[in-house]
Design a protein around this ligand. Structure first.
Ligand code: GDP
Ligand code: MG
Length: 703
């Protein structure tokens, strides 16, 4: 069906990848470009557009992955991003990725792209699932009905149909004469007004370009605010045109009884439904699919939430049980390295370089890397839950509760991403249409416990609590964070950010067996991020923390009456970190924190991982040079009570968004005032909560 064109020149073809969320867009993008983007089986993962390059039969294709959108209206940021790209960057070809097992719904965006008259190729992705459900497509006929647009069946995760898709993209993208008629009509009345309005816009063609007059007319009838603004700003006869559009809208409303935008949307759906009726056949009665049967249990109104919480508990439990052994191995490795490097210097010798390497680098960064196995296991589990489609069900279950609290259902996705890292989670709030919803979500996101806080929890729980408490403590902390997020959201919604939430329909993608590659890739990306951060940012800050904890040295050497142990502690106390930590003790003493924890908390403000790094450094510096190294766990057990550990964990959970997340918060909220509000609010909550834990615990005699 597709011929291979000879490339005319060396100009690269700009390909824009569009599609509904969860249609497999990112998977196709990865198959096309060989790049590795985050793939997740729930709507809304791709918020920013990403770009990649592919060479195909001597032609270079520059491929851009647009945010997943259901439509191209002016209401949602991601839809506007996609629309602006398709209009203003005039890609040579737009590839719209459809879920063939859910064709009718996915064609809605395709129809809107056809209206825009962009060069279009449709990828019928998930064709394996469609076939499994017994759907049979008459692709040739369907393509005809859609005005001749190429339809390429693909199975993104197995790379099937990618070559054909590239062929079609190159064919359409290099066809300079490309011009297709829009096959859809909107009914006699609307069409007549459309023609009239388009005729009025005709003289303005150059000023509207690359928007076509007929498309602009359609958008004016749909009352598209962006297009109205555009006409107002660009057109010579703007006042006349807008008045004519308003008159047309009023006439149509009188005749049709509904706003033209509703009628136009209905005609699109009708067109699609008709086209599918003619060209899609189902060989089985597919209403009761396996997915539906599983959903009957997993999204059950009563059982759904306990099932979700139970699954999460299993995830946390597994993280702890399985992470322990490799973590122990890594700890042994770093102890051995510390010993080996330390032995390069003569016993008892006092060397700054030795201290930098052993106390700062190996014990600081080592303390961070020990937790890599926990991170890997947690993200492996989350990747599996995402890729099977379960996370979308979780969103569905939680949606009802979120609404009661005044959070938008779409907030769930950023909140789940927040378990990884607050920074991308804040970016992901772009899927929220209303600014109030967005701000509320951004403000509470740091309460979703990010993976950089995990080492703090693990360090204290493993050191201070018996094993049977590990998973419950860990699970409890995550729950506490999420509960605090919901309470704070409720408070924000009833005070500074009051107002109605917009309605939202949660989409449930079918369950799928995740592929090993996708799941492992996901885990690896997370793990690599952690390792890279440990080797760069954390390394640098750890060295700074080491210097602050080592210098200045006391002016006079200790007298013979002072024991070496007391002298080391005096030196620690004399350092910048020691003095700062002690200066803060009056404030943090009621929480049960000592000066060491205070310095670690200051470091944690730069990056959460620094907390464990600094604990490693402080205890390593406090040790006798060349002595048999005591494990950090043993040191913690000696110095702190379980209650103190609990207070620190609660404080770290609730307080102190790190610098990177504050910076993104500033950029995305547009004002430093929100950043200050967030910081002060969370610091106050954390202080109060840690105070309550420590004081009540002490009263009960738990200390
Ligand atoms: P996006 O939201 O459109 O970017 O969708 P993703 O690329 O993140 O894909 C969502 C899920 O669908 C992932 O679990 C993919 O592995 C899976 N997937 C993608 N394409 C196909 C396909 O053709 N067949 C099947 N069975 N699964 C697919
Ligand atoms: Mg995606």
């Amino acid at each position: 069906m597709v011929t291979h064109p000879e490339p005319r020149d060396d100009k690269p073809i700009l390909v824009a990848l569009a599609g509904n969320p969860n249609s497999g867009k990112t998977t196709i993008f990865n198959a096309l470009t060989g790049s590795r983007q985050h793939v997740g089986n729930y709507p809304g993962v791709t918020v920013e557009k990403k770009a990649g390059v592919r060479l195909h039969r001597g032609v270079r294709l520059d491929i851009v992955d647009l945010p997943g959108t259901y439509s191209l209206t002016a209401y949602a940021t991601d839809e506007l991003v996609a629309r602006a790209f398709v209009i203003d960057e005039h890609p040579d070809v737009v590839v719209d990725v459809l879920d063939a097992s859910n064709l009718e719904r996915h064609l809605y965006l395709a129809v809107q792209l056809m209206e825009l008259q962009v060069p279009l190729v449709l990828a019928m992705n998930m064709s394996d699932i469609a076939a499994g459900r017994g759907y049979v497509f008459d692709l040739e006929h369907l393509s005809e009905l859609l005005g001749g647009v190429p339809l390429i069946p693909t199975v993104g995760n197995r790379g099937e149909g990618i070559e054909a898709l590239l062929d079609a993209a190159v064919a359409v993208g290099t066809d300079a004469r490309h011009e297709r008629h829009v096959p859809i009509t909107y009914g006699r009345e609307v069409d007549r007004e459309l023609d009239r309005l388009a005729a009025r816009l005709e003289p303005e063609t150059a000023r509207l370009a690359p928007r076509r007059p007929r498309w602009v007319a359609l958008k004016l009838l749909e009352n598209d605010s962006r297009i109205r603004e555009h006409v107002e700003a660009e057109c010579a006869a703007a006042t006349d045109i807008l008045a004519a559009a308003d008159a047309a809208v009023n006439r149509l409303r009188r005749i049709l009884g509904d706003g033209p935008e509703i009628v136009i949307a209905d005609r699109r759906y009708g067109f699609i439904s008709g086209a599918c009726q003619e060209t899609v056949r189902s060989t089985v009665e597919s209403r009761h699919t396996r997915s539906d049967q599983i959903d009957a249990v997993s999204t059950h109104p009563v059982l759904g939430l306990p099932i979700f919480l139970g699954l999460m508990y299993v995830v946390f439990w597994a993280t702890f049980r399985l992470g322990e052994y490799p973590a122990w191995g890594i700890e042994m490795l770093f102890q051995w390295l510390g010993g080996t490097v330390g032995d390069l210097w003569p016993a008892g010798a006092d060397s700054i370089i030795r201290s930098l390497l052993v106390d700062g680098v190996l014990h600081g960064v080592g303390a961070v890397l020990v937790f890599l196995p926990y991170i890997l296991i947690l993200f492996l589990a989350i990747a599996v839950l995402e890729d099977t489609g379960y996370m979308a069900r979780a969103a569905f279950i939680v949606d009802r509760w979120m609404h009661k609290i005044g959070l938008h259902g779409k907030s769930f996705i950023p909140m789940i991403l927040g378990f990884g890292c607050t920074v991308p989670a804040i970016m992901a709030t772009r899927v929220l249409e209303s600014r109030r919803d967005r701000l509320t979500t951004m403000l509470i996101l740091p309460l979703m416990s990010c993976s950089a806080r995990l080492p703090i929890y693990v360090m204290f729980t493993v050191a201070l609590f018996p094993q049977r408490y590990h998973a419950p403590i860990y699970f409890g902390l995550y729950l506490l964070g999420a509960a605090a997020a919901l309470v704070v959201a409720r408070l924000l919604r009833s005070t500074v950010l009051g107002g109605e939430s917009e309605p939202f329909v949660m989409e449930l993608p079918p369950y799928r067996l995740p592929t090993a590659t996708s799941v492992l890739l996901h885990m690896w990306q997370r793990g690599w991020l952690y390792v890279r951060k440990a080797g760069t940012v954390i390394l640098v800050i750890a060295i700074i923390m080491w210097a602050l904890t080592s210098f200045p040295s006391p002016p006079e050497p200790p007298g013979p009456e002072v024991s070496p142990e007391a002298a080391r502690q005096a030196a620690l106390a004399y350092s910048v970190a020691g003095r700062t930590g002690r200066a803060l003790e009056p404030v943090t003493e009621p929480l049960g924190f000592d000066w060491r924890i205070n310095t670690a908390l200051i470091g944690a403000f730069a990056a959460k991982e620094i907390f464990v790094a600094q604990m490693g450094i402080v205890f390593s510096l406090g040790e006798e040079v060349g002595a048999e190294s005591e494990s950090l766990h043993a040191a913690l057990r000696r110095e702190y009570s379980p209650l103190q550990g609990m207070a620190v964990m609660v404080f770290c959970l609730l307080g102190f968004p790190c610098m990177a997340s504050l910076a993104v918060m500033w950029r995305e909220s547009g004002s430093w005032k929100w950043v200050v509000l967030q910081w002060v609010m969370l610091a106050a909550i954390a202080y109060a909560a840690a105070l309550a834990v420590y004081q009540v615990g002490s009263l009960l005699g738990l200390g």
